[in-house]
Write a protein that binds this ligand. Structure first.
Ligand code: GDD
Ligand code: MG
Length: 333
């Protein structure tokens, strides 16, 4: 089985962290996000990953110059221009010569979905496509997917107003597709799989639902990206070491549910709580970081306080004694 992984978006909601880095190349604790995604696919027998690239493809090709990622053979499909989700799938599948049943993934989703079982049920049902679903409290930020007791998909509504969502089950961003679906995607223009292709196929009764209750997280917002990191060190998903072996942390620093990445440096008297300190960042003496992200190479002066979902941009310098609550720093980033 081959998988097309969509990694070509601009990552707008994660700026300034994604100003120069695609979100799937941002680290999640110890590795770029894409490596977590690829390792999960490898565990389910996927033999080749087709990366559907748009924004900054060189970030991937430079990181995996031998064409393998976490031991998985890669095919790079670089779009000439952003083609949106369905256009990207079509372009990548044809570029890679896919001609059998294949997987498609939104590359910014971390999940423990049982892909093997999903593929088996897809084949049994003889559907054109199967969409993994997860249940959320607020479906309005996602693709909402009503389905019947036979798991037939009844419709697909992308990002409906909160009070109009027909279901709390949403598109979890993993699909099993038959190659026939590619013929339903017009060539050479932007086509959204969520707004055009899936609604049409659902109306014809060709799509199957795969509801799942396992771990699922779309990392596309600062809050979610922070959570993706913390979930791997606080026992929610695993207990990876919270402090990278190459980071330097002064004695007596308070670290609660936080991640300190490679080469970062944390001074004495610092307090970290629900914090992510990214590669090479420096946290000055007596500072505190709570519920916030400090970007790679950023520096907090002594006694600074960063809290409330704040995102400090890559390489930014927060002055000593500054008090940041939420938002981005610098603000124009
Ligand atoms: N190659 C390519 N080209 N990739 C793209 C493009 C494009 O033009 N546009 C977006 N992508 C990639 C993004 O990098 C991301 O991995 C994936 O496609 C989904 O895009 P997002 O921007 O993250 O979409 P979303 O989170 O708002 O919504 C999508 O995901 C939800 C679940 O996480 C939709 O599929 C929703 O229906 C779904 O519920
Ligand atoms: Mg997303």
């Amino acid at each position: 089985m081959e998988a097309v992984v969509l990694v070509g978006g601009f990552g707008t909601r994660l700026r300034p962290l994604t100003a120069d880095t695609p979100k799937q190349m941002l680290p999640v604790v110890d590795r770029p996000m894409i490596e977590h995604v690829v390792a999960h696919l490898a565990a389910h027998g996927v033999t080749r990953v087709v990366l559907s690239l748009g924004f900054r493809p060189e970030a991937f090709t430079a990181a995996y110059p031998d064409g393998t990622c976490a031991g998985m053979p890669l095919h790079y499909a670089v779009e000439p221009e952003p083609l949106d989700t369905a256009g990207a799938v079509r372009f990548a599948a044809l570029d890679a010569g896919i001609d059998g049943t294949f997987l498609v993934l939104n590359g910014d989703v971390l999940t423990d979905l049982d892909v093997t079982a999903m593929v088996a049920r897809h084949r049994e049902a003889g559907a054109w496509g199967t969409i993994a679903l997860t249940e959320v409290a607020d479906p309005s930020r996602y693709g909402v997917v009503p389905f019947d007791e036979d798991r037939r998909v009844l419709g697909f509504v992308e990002k409906p107003p909160a009070d109009e969502a027909p279901s709390r089950w949403i598109n979890a961003g993993t699909y099993v597709l038959e190659p026939e679906v590619l013929d339903r995607i017009e060539a050479g223009r932007r086509v959204s799989i969520e707004r055009e292709v899936f609604p049409a196929l659902a109306a014809e009764g060709l799509l199957r639902a795969e509801p799942s209750e396992g771990y699922w997280l779309d990392t596309g917002t600062p809050e979610a990206y922070l959570r993706a990191n913390l979930d791997l060190v606080d026992g929610t998903r695993s207990d990876l070491p919270a402090v990278h072996p190459t980071a330097s942390v002064a004695d007596g620093v308070g670290i609660r549910r936080s991640v300190v990445m490679a080469g970062a440096s944390v001074g004495s008297g610092v307090d970290l709580c629900d914090a992510v300190v990214m590669d090479g960042a420096t946290i000055g003496r007596g500072s505190s970081v709570r519920g916030s992200l400090v970007g790679p190479g950023a520096a907090l002066g002594e006694g600074a306080s960063v809290a409330g979902g704040c995102v400090v941009g890559p390489g930014a310098s927060v002055p000593a004694g500054a008090d940041l609550e939420g938002g981005r720093f610098p603000e124009e980033a």
